[in-house]
Design a binder for this molecule. Structure first.
Ligand code: G
Ligand code: G
Ligand code: NA
Ligand code: MN
Length: 254
């Protein structure tokens, strides 16, 4: 209960923070967008990682309010960066399967788009494979409506859980994000390369683009490039950055 109170207060008092990790287009080696990632610092508890408080927020019912806050914040920030620096960066927001399955989700997103003035083509929503587990026709309708608005939908953490190919066929997504567990397995003379290659081929066969997460080494990058992966994210290029640090990055490199 203490944690719930603290999280609730942090949200109300705007003490949650977003960091942004650049996404790189391997065709041009340039930053084409960024993923917004939540950070929570509590004066007494210190840094609490999202791996810990997101599942908690899902259990205690705070996740929808957090999702709206993240979406607002990320859209407003992206619009500001794009306007100030004449860029067309696309911002990706993680949305909980619980939130996206809540009635009125599309209207809420429409409202945030109107309020922040972001071009919906520069907004991406990441949902995890988990979302597919108990999917309903309503969820598929929601995703279709979001795509009709121009929003890009990506399937996060692909390969880690419930990636039945049958689900993949039914889910109208644009991008497949290969989980970093598979990228970590890219080592010469290991089956990891065959796995990555198969995942990229599968995505392309379904007309999906591919983002590889957790790229830390040049060797991994080379294998991904060789196999036609479109985009990468990872410490090799940059960790998630504060607003100030991300601003410096775009000022200096984009
Ligand atoms: O940034 P970090 O690696 O600590 O994030 C760990 C996990 O927390 C991410 O993989 C993601 O699943 C989750 N996460 C981070 N930010 C958000 C957010 O804004 N919303 C949701 N729903 N999950 C997030
Ligand atoms: O679950 P999701 O895919 O949204 O999580 C992204 C998380 O992965 C972020 O919390 C981020 O901190 C982390 N991350 C990003 N790049 C790297 C990387 O190169 N290596 C590792 N180990 N983690 C990374
Ligand atoms: Na994500
Ligand atoms: Mn992921």
């Amino acid at each position: 209960l203490l944690l719930e109170t603290k999280l609730h207060q942090a949200l109300k008092q705007d003490r949650l923070e977003l960091h942004y990790q650049p996404k790189i287009d391997l065709k041009t080696d340039s930053v084409i967008g960024m993923e917004a990632l939540l950070r929570w610092y509590d004066p007494e508890l210190g840094h609490i990682p999202p791996d810990r408080f997101i599942p908690f927020a899902e259990d205690c019912g705070l996740i929808n309010d957090i999702g709206v806050w993240v979406l607002r914040k990320a859209c407003a920030q992206a619009r500001q960066w794009n306007e100030s620096h004449e860029l067309l960066l696309r911002v990706a927001v993680n949305i909980s399967p619980i939130h996206i399955s809540t009635g009125g989700f599309v209207d809420m997103v429409r409202g945030v788009i109107a309020e922040t003035g972001i071009d919906p083509h520069l907004l991406e929503i990441e949902i995890t494979e988990m979302s597919m587990l108990d999917y309903t026709e309503d969820l598929i309708d929601t995703i279709k409506h979001l795509r009709e608005l121009g929003i890009t939908i990506s399937l996060d953490d692909f390969g880690t859980g419930y990636s039945s190919l049958n689900y993949l066929k039914k889910f109208p997504v644009d991008v497949l994000k290969i989980d970093r567990a598979f990228v970590r397995d890219i080592v010469p003379e290991k089956s990891g390369i065959a796995m990555i290659s198969a995942m990229i081929s599968l995505a392309h066969a379904l007309n999906l683009q591919v983002v590889a997460e957790g790229v830390e080494e040049e060797a991994e990058l080379n294998v991904l490039r060789e196999h036609g992966c479109e985009y990468v994210q990872g410490y090799y290029f940059s960790k998630p950055l504060s607003v100030g640090d991300f601003t410096n990055l775009i000022v200096n490199t984009v």
